[in-house]
Ligand binder design. Structure first.
Ligand code: SF4
Ligand code: SF4
Length: 138
């Protein structure tokens, strides 16, 4: 009998607490996003998730590096990586700011895409990185 009273009291109390929390207002999506923003984790759109699937087609052959004119410029463009690093870099949004690579240097000539045997959408990846880079800096 005592156990039953205890269980009823316990459940009733927690039900009341839950109900009062709901009345006070839930933190909502904004608070959820702010909590993750401190880790530089920003949400992906449905389209961006589809892009990540296409990125996984990369076989790391390096042909896009050979085709990219920016990799041979003496002015510091692609100082450590060519476009073949883009599929790898795009997998971790929180690391964009630490990556030794600036997609701003891309001349958007699309030669890398033409050379890619797997049709990896490299210029879309550059746009994606630029966009997410700005979002994590906000
Ligand atoms: S689009 Fe950009 S990354 Fe691709 S080949 Fe041209 S300069 Fe290089
Ligand atoms: S050419 Fe295409 S498959 Fe090869 S490394 Fe570049 S993106 Fe990957």
């Amino acid at each position: 009998m005592l156990k039953r009273i205890h269980a009823t009291f316990y459940l009733g109390t927690h039900l009341m607490i839950r109900f009062m929390k709901r009345l006070a207002g839930r933190p909502g999506k904004g608070a959820f996003l702010r909590a993750y923003a401190t880790e530089r984790l920003v949400p992906l759109t449905h389209e961006e998730k589809g892009l990540l699937e296409k990125i996984s087609r990369c076989i790391a052959c390096g042909l896009c590096d050979l085709a990219c004119p920016a990799t041979v410029n003496p002015d510091g463009t692609f100082p450590f990586f060519g476009p073949s690093a883009l599929p790898f870099l795009s997998r971790s949004v929180p690391d964009f700011t630490a990556a030794p690579f600036s997609p701003k240097t891309c001349g958007e000539c699309r030669e890398c895409e033409k050379a890619c045997p797997e049709e990896v959408p490299l210029t879309k990846i550059i746009e994606f990185i630029k966009r997410k880079f700005e979002e994590v800096r906000r």
